[in-house]
Design a protein around this ligand. Structure first.
Ligand SMILES: Nc1nc2c(ncn2[C@@H]2O[C@H](COP(=O)(O)OP(=O)(O)OP(=O)(O)O)[C@@H](O)[C@H]2O)c(=O)[nH]1
Ligand SMILES: [Mg+2]
Length: 240
């Protein structure tokens, strides 16, 4: 058996695919001998996603954290990590709409298990990775978003929402639940040592509407601003 880990999937109206995703992940766990726990953080989805997960929790390695209303993706991931079994050595995040390829998860677990890496990221911007079905406008937005964060890190896919990190790397770290980009918080603030980017091809949701609106773009800029400010303010102040 592998190291114990918990992968958190925040959901809002994912009833259409959540069962297939959980069954698929369980299958990946079994085929690769992975000791994984799936945590769904559902914000009282009107389409009944939470009830589907509760039913599956009797037969699959999944538990649902129910929150009373839509409270955002990043805070969902953070709450999910608090809810995860305490003996999971690694904590992760993944979207609930199949855009993150479940078949690369074993490579991410293996990276952390090897001891060489404290963080493994599902990455669209390393050789072998990519994006399917994205309109040009969204590709450009993504590239601009990433270039703005370039000075912070060597990581290529800094806005990825698909990753696995050692629990010890985020212990005591103050993660800001602003906006959509919890991965950016972890990349910029956690104590993970080496990072491995595992390539995968991002497939966009076929149905439903993209939530990448102006508010999210503004939140992203605000998040980046806070991180830059935190990194570059005078050292004496940081020691307080
Ligand atoms: N619990 C919770 N989950 C959320 C919230 N907003 C989004 N999600 C979930 O977070 C994951 C990523 O959200 P998406 O809507 O796919 O975001 P996106 O990939 O930027 O946009 P799309 O183009 O719509 O796919 C999905 O599993 C959503 O169901 C929220 O407020 N609360
Ligand atoms: Mg999506």
């Amino acid at each position: 058996m592998s190291m114990k880990f918990s992968i958190v999937i925040p959901t809002y109206n994912e009833a259409g695919g959540i069962e297939r995703l959980i069954v698929g992940l369980d299958d990946v766990f079994k085929r690769n001998n992975l000791d994984g726990e799936i945590i769904i953080v559902d914000d009282n989805s009107p389409d009944g996603t939470g009830a589907i997960v509760d039913r599956l929790s009797q037969t699959h390695p999944v538990r649902c954290l129910h929150r009373p209303g839509k409270m955002g993706l990043s805070s969902g991931v953070i709450d999910g990590w608090k809810f995860a079994r305490p003996d999971s050595e690694a904590l992760g995040a993944m979207d609930g709409d199949f855009s993150h390829d479940i078949n690369v998860l074993p490579k991410m677990v293996e990276a952390l298990e090897s001891g060489g890496y404290g963080l493994a990221i599902g990455s669209r911007y390393v050789p072998g990775g990519g994006i399917e079905n994205w309109p040009l406008k969204r590709k450009i937005t993504s590239l601009v978003a990433i270039s703005l964060a370039k000075p912070l890190t060597k990581v290529k896919d800094i806005t990825s929402g698909y990753f696995l990190v050692k629990r010890s790397a985020i212990q005591g770290v103050d993660l800001d639940p602003i906006g959509f980009k919890i991965g950016l918080e972890v990349i910029a603030k956690a104590h993970y040592g080496n990072v491995l980017e595992v390539p995968f091809v991002f497939t966009d949701r076929v149905a439903g509407e993209s939530k990448l609106n102006q508010k999210e773009i503004f939140n992203y800029l605000k998040q980046l601003g806070k991180i830059y400010f935190g990194k570059f303010r005078p050292r004496a102040e940081r020691l307080n």
